[in-house]
Design a protein around this ligand. Structure first.
Ligand code: GLN
Length: 483
C-alpha cells in the first residue's frame, strides 16, 4: 500500500479496496520500522491519525467523497498543530504545544487528510541540508550518507522513502524545491500569498510560502487544492479564485514557450546535471514546446540580497522567543537580561544565532542603507528581470540545484558553501513567483531535479508541464533501495 500515490489512494478508498484506517495503520507501522534509518519525523501522531482515519472512513460511509478524504499526510514541524508539539526543529520550541491549528493544517483536516506526524526540518527553516535540526540530521533515502536537502528535508525524506504519499512544506529560499530535487520528488512553491501563512512559524515573512511535496505533479495538484485560498487571518493572503488544478493537468503543451536563462548554465553547475536538464528540454520539445534563450541579468546578485533580507526578517521575527512567553527558559536566571541572554543563547542553535546577528547588523542604524536598502533594490531588479522574460516565454526552465546531494557534514565548516546551493531557487522567493521542481534523472544513484518557474498565479501551468513530462518519463516512479 505504501507505493500508492495520493491519486491512487483516492481511487482505492472510493472503490472500497481498503479503508483509511487500514492504510494509516500500515503506514504507521512502516514509519516505526524504517524511520530510525532516516530520522524524518520529529513527532508521530499515532492516536490523532487513527481517530482522523476513522472519522474519514465514517464520512465516506455516509456518502461523502473528496480526493483527500482519508489520505495520510505529514506536516513540516513549523505548522502549528493544536495540542501537539510544534518545535520548528529547535530546542527553543521543544516544549511548545501549539494552542491552535495553522490554516493549512485546518484546511487539509477539513478536506479529510489524516495527519501521521510532524516532520523534521532545519532549525527555524534555516538551511539547505536538514543538518541544523535540534533533533538530528535527516538522511537521504537514496543514499543514507547524503543530505536530503533542506529545510523541508524531513517531509522530503519521508515521502521519498514511501513512509507518506505527500507532505506539507515551506519554501523561503528553496526549501520545497531543493529537497524535492535531491530526493526525486515533485515539489511546488506557490505564488506568495496563494497559501495562508497563518499559524506557520515565521522565518522571513516576505519570502515564506507553504506548498506540497509529493511524488507526482498530479498529487501536488491535489494537495495544493486543499491548501490554497484566501485567508482573512493572513494580511498577505491574496483574494484570488483558486482554479481546479487537476482539471488543467493534461492540457496540451503544443506551442508552450520555454525560456532557458543563459545565466543558469555557466560555471558552478555540475555538467552532469546540465546534461539531464537538456534531456528534459528535449522531452518537452517532443511534446510540442518551443525553446528560447533568455537572460536574467541580475541573478548574480540574488544570493547576497537574499542573505541580507532573510536574516533581517528573521532577526525581527525571532525576537519573540525571549524565554518569557513560551518556549525554552534557562535555569535560575539572575535578572531579566540574564534570562534573555541565556534562554536565547541556549535555546537557539549556531546557524540561527548566526542569522540573527547578521540580520540585526544589517538593520542597525549605521548599516541599514548600505545593506538592507541595497538588497531591497536588487530584489526589485530581479523581479523586473522576470517580468521582462515572461513577456517572451510561458515558463522558465533550469536546474533546481547546482550540485548533487552532498555528504552529511561536508559543508558544516563553511556556511557560505551551503548558501550557494540556493542559487537557482531564491530568485523566485525574492520575486514572489511560483516554482516547481520535478525529478529528471540520476547521477551516481543520486536524484536530479529540474525547476520550472511561471508568472504569478500560474501554478496550474507548472503542474500541467510537470504532469505531461511525467506521462513520458518514469524518474518519478523509481523508489530508493530498501524503501
Ligand atoms: N536555504 C535557504 C536558507 O537557508 C532557504 C531555506 C528555506 O527555504 N526555508 O535560508
Amino acid at each position: 500500500m505504501h507505493q500508492l500515490t495520493l491519486a491512487e489512494i483516492a481511487r482505492g478508498l472510493a472503490d472500497k479496496k481498503f479503508s483509511s484506517e487500514e492504510l494509516t495503520r500500515a503506514l504507521l507501522a512502516r514509519i516505526n520500522q524504517l524511520d530510525p534509518q532516516i530520522n524524518s519525523f520529529i513527532s508521530v501522531t499515532e492516536d490523532l491519525a487513527i481517530s482522523q482515519a476513522r472519522a474519514a472512513d465514517a464520512r465516506r460511509a455516509a456518502g461523502e467523497s473528496g480526493a483527500l478524504l482519508g489520505a495520510p499526510i505529514g506536516h513540516k514541524d513549523l505548522f502549528c498543530t493544536q495540542g501537539i508539539r510544534t518545535s520548528c526543529g529547535s530546542k527553543m520550541l521543544d516544549n511548545f504545544k501549539a494552542p491552535y491549528d495553522a490554516t493549512v493544517v485546518s484546511k487539509l483536516a477539513e478536506a479529510g487528510a489524516v495527519t501521521l506526524g510532524k516532520t523534521n526540518m532545519d532549525e527555524f527553516a534555516m538551511g539547505s541540508a536538514n543538518e541544523s535540526s535540534y533533533y538530528g540530521a535527516v538522511k537521504n533515502p537514496w543514499n543514507l550518507e547524503h543530505v536530503p536537502g533542506g529545510s523541508s528535508g524531513g517531509s522530503a525524506a519521508a515521502v521519498a522513502a514511501r513512509l507518506l504519499p505527500g507532505a506539507t512544506a515551506t519554501d523561503t529560499g528553496g526549501s520545497i524545491r531543493q529537497p524535492a530535487a535531491l530526493t526525486s520528488l515533485t515539489g511546488l512553491k506557490p505564488t506568495y500569498g496563494r497559501v495562508s501563512r497563518w499559524g506557520m512559524i515565521a522565518y522571513a515573512s516576505s519570502l515564506d510560502q507553504a506548498g506540497p511535496l509529493a511524488r507526482t505533479a498530479e498529487d501536488c495538484a491535489l494537495l495544493l487544492q486543499g491548501m490554497a485560498g484566501f485567508d482573512a487571518k493572513d494580511s498577505t493572503s491574496i483574494d484570488e479564485p483558486v482554479p481546479d488544478y487537476s482539471a488543467s493537468l493534461n492540457a496540451s503543451l503544443q506551442g508552450l514557450r520555454i525560456g532557458l536563462p543563459k545565466e543558469y548554465f555557466g560555471a558552478g553547475l555540475d555538467p552532469r546535471i546540465a546534461d539531464l536538464v537538456q534531456a528534459s528540454v528535449k522531452e518537452l520539445e517532443k511534446l510540442g514546446a518551443v525553446v528560447k534563450e533568455i537572460s536574467l541579468p541580475n541573478m548574480q546578485h540574488a544570493i547576497p540580497a537574499y542573505y541580507v533580507i532573510a536574516p533581517a526578517e528573521a532577526s525581527s521575527n525571532l525576537s519573540r522567543f525571549d524565554g518569557v512567553r513560551f518556549g525554552y527558559r534557562c535555569e535560575s536566571p539572575v535578572d531579566l537580561t540574564d534570562l534573555y541572554k541565556r534562554s536565547r543563547g541556549e535555546g537557539f542553535g549556531p546557524e540561527v544565532q548566526r542569522r540573527i546577528m547578521v540580520g540585526a547588523y544589517a538593520l542597525s542604524a549605521g548599516y541599514y542603507d548600505a545593506y538592507y536598502l541595497q538588497a531591497q533594490k536588487i530584489r526589485r531588479l530581479i523581479k523586473n528581470d522576470f517580468m521582462a522574460a515572461f513577456n517572451d516565454v510561458d515558463v522558465i526552465l533550469g536546474p533546481t540545484t547546482p550540485n548533487l546531494a552532498w555528504k552529511i557534514g561536508a559543508k558544516n565548516n563553511d556556511p557560505v558553501a551551503e548558501y550557494l546551493e540556493d542559487v537557482y531557487t531564491i530568485t523566485a522567493n525574492l520575486a514572489g513567483l511560483p516554482g516547481l521542481s520535478m525529478p529528471a534523472g540520476f547521477v551516481d544513484g543520486l536524484p536530479v531535479g529540474v525547476q520550472l518557474l511561471a508568472p504569478y498565479f500560474h501554478e496550474g501551468r507548472l503542474l500541467n508541464v510537470a504532469y505531461r513530462y511525467q506521462q513520458v518519463t518514469d524518474w518519478h516512479t523509481r523508489a530508493p533501495n530498501g524503501f
